[in-house]
Design a binder for this molecule. Sequence first.
Ligand SMILES: *Cc1c(COP(=O)(O)O)cnc(C)c1O
Length: 366
Amino acid sequence: MQRFYATNMLPWTNPLASYLELKPEIDVAVQRVLQSGQYISGHEVEAFEQAWASYCGASYAIGVSSGTDTLRVALLACGIGPRDEVITVAHTAVATVAAIASIGAVPVMIDVDYRTWTMDCMQIEPAITEKTKAIIPVHLYGNPTHMEVLLRIAKKYNLRVIEDCAQAHGAKLLGMHVGTLGDAGAFSHYPTKNLGAMGDAGSIITNDSAIALRARRIRQYGTDDNRVSHILGFNARMDEIQAAVLLVKLPYLDGWNDRRCKIAQTYYRALCDRFDFQVTHGQSAHHLLVVRTMKRDKLAEHLKYRGIATSIHYPIPVHLQAPYHSGQRLPITEQLCKEIITLPLYPQMTDGEVEQVIDACLDFKA
Ligand SMILES: *Cc1c(COP(=O)(O)O)cnc(C)c1O
């Protein structure tokens, strides 16, 4: 089981802290839902969809049951199906690739850029075949992918683009929110994400009315408001309690992201001589503070001894994991996975706690 708190260690993420910061408001919102008698498909989900679409500058938002399900629903809503190839990265949460495979489509994983640690868009064109139907860039750790290049290639080959924005709520590129650059944006509201619920939740944003309509149907058995089915679907609804919590948290997202950015800058200034940092492109949402060092395992040990928890996102690249293994090699992804470590970063972290981590890192002599 993953634990982020309830130990005497400084955690690397802290979903409890965002609840405690807003406890009175969240408790009222949850009570409102409990008293309403409407627990699924009610006003809270509708209100969140409107507020979220408006925040992102998108025409439509669709509440979904999880980040993984948003990718599945978005793929199906874009007309992707069995045996279609979808280009993505291996340096991501397994969920990205699992979502593609779960609808019978074929994930084609390419390498990441050695500076931005997001999709190396120069590798897209060589990976395209007559079966390629879509690209899923992942805005990893909150850092927008180089969409300028990606969108040009997608247009040339008539490919759909679904942005995996699970780690990038509020991130921007070219003055636009991520998720509005491609055909659809897929967000996770898993509790530790920048805009996290208190259970599983996700959302799709799009400016395309046809994708929005299909996504709305697919998330509820493929049916319309009259319970008539038009398209294959399943159950991928967001529930009212999650929507109510997200509505409370949304007005705080920008402030929280500013705080994440300040903490990330403090880390960078203090530690850029010691570690490699992700080179940002556009405005990152700073979901995770990941640094790269050859002494990763020793550093983790040292920090643990100093009462500081760390993590690794991700320890084994997806193309080397059993269900997805094909013998393919992705050198930059594989090297990164051996050298990255996630340091504590969450908006409620105090300056003193940031200093504590920095001091411990400066003390580290491998
Ligand atoms: C969290 C995450 C997901 C999956 O979201 P769930 O809500 O856990 O299903 C997908 N992609 C990325 C990049 C993620 O970080």
